[in-house]
Design a protein around this ligand. Sequence first.
Ligand code: FAD
Ligand code: DHB
Length: 389
Amino acid sequence: MRTQVAIIGGGPSGLLLAQLLHRHGIDSVVLERKTKDYVLSRIRAGVLEQGLVQLMEQAGCADRLRSKGHVHDGTLIAYGDTMFRLDFTDLTGTPVIVYGQTEVTRDLYAAREAAGGPIEFEVEDVTIHDADTDSPHVTYNVGGEPRRIDCDFIAGCDGFHGVSRQAIPLTIRREYEKVYPFGWLGVLSETPPVNSELIYANSPRGFALCSMRSDTLSRYYIQCSLSDKPEDWTDAAFWQELKRRIPPDQAERLVTGPSIEKSIAPLRSFVTEPMRWGRLFLCGDAAHIVPPTGAKGLNTAASDVHYLFTGLRQFYDTGATDGIDSYSAKALARVWKVERFSWWFSSLMHRYPDQSDFDLRIQIAELEFLRTNRAAQQAMAENYVGLPY
Ligand code: FAD
Ligand code: DHB
């Protein structure tokens, strides 16, 4: 088989890129290791920046997002006995949209199917060949049958555990990593959200986040130990711990119910450089990971897709290569700023095992500064709603 762009990974990055290319008359084939149902069962991000919303518009996939997504003009930050609000719209002119990654992915799959764009599910042994030449190809197996795709370019959109990053030789690839000494235990429940806006809470018992997917579906997280397993936490134990970490008036009105999903995510900061090797381009989690505090993972995957799509479109329209040549540098310049923000917000909100009394006082001082200083609030809000592309 031949295509213009072989896309490895049918998560949000791969699907969004495929749809943008399709709308511009550029062919692609998407290769996904899992089934569609499996991909749609993964509960992940929930807060979308305007940049991602605009890309969904460009991809022709924003109808449901526009009607079902919730506009959030601000968020609440709690610590000690204090809670304050950051008004994003007042500070930056821009709100964020609460709409789950599952729904984004569902909308992108629907568009891909409507367009008749090829997706191969349950592919195995995907291998990238000759990415440093002008004629790369990808081989893989489906149901034990060997297949091959010849292409102009390969987009590595296969997440942190994919094969694309590993295809870049170690003599060229440089990785930067920070692993955090805790995880997040997340629960999804069919209960009304405790508050109409998200609450990020720094408590002596550890971080907690009250988020949502809709008026009837809540998403809550608590900082947990890396050795914890989701099955160690009964629903009752989770709700009790969450209530102890959020302001008492919120805890009082929290509606609890059975969890419909419960999972633990470790926290990691990770960047690989460069994000391009020859005709292979890395996008999204394949190239970088952020700790979830601040909801930047999916949004940063989207900004990569924007830069890559812009470069590929320019190449196919005019033959010029400056867009694809500058892809890695442009994407990384934004990625590192997002890494900084996610690291900073994580450091501000969590309890660390080796935190001294001095460290704790500094954390509180930083929260106080943020509560009372408009310039600090503006810097935080600009990052939260999304840095410009
Ligand atoms: P992925 O979503 O990982 O998609 C990659 C796809 O490639 C997957 O479907 C995978 O099956 C497929 N694949 C992998 N290897 C191969 C292969 N060899 N061949 C073919 N296909 C392959 N971000 C937030 O902003 N907020 C959150 O709350 C949040 N929570 C998260 C919780 C968890 C547990 C995880 C893992 C991530 C979370 N993220 C969150 C991050 C966010 O979900 C990711 O940044 C986003 O999914 C990145 O999209 P992607 O398409 O680049 O990668
Ligand atoms: C969600 C996750 C985040 O990491 C975050 O900062 C905000 C919201 C969520 O899953 O809803």
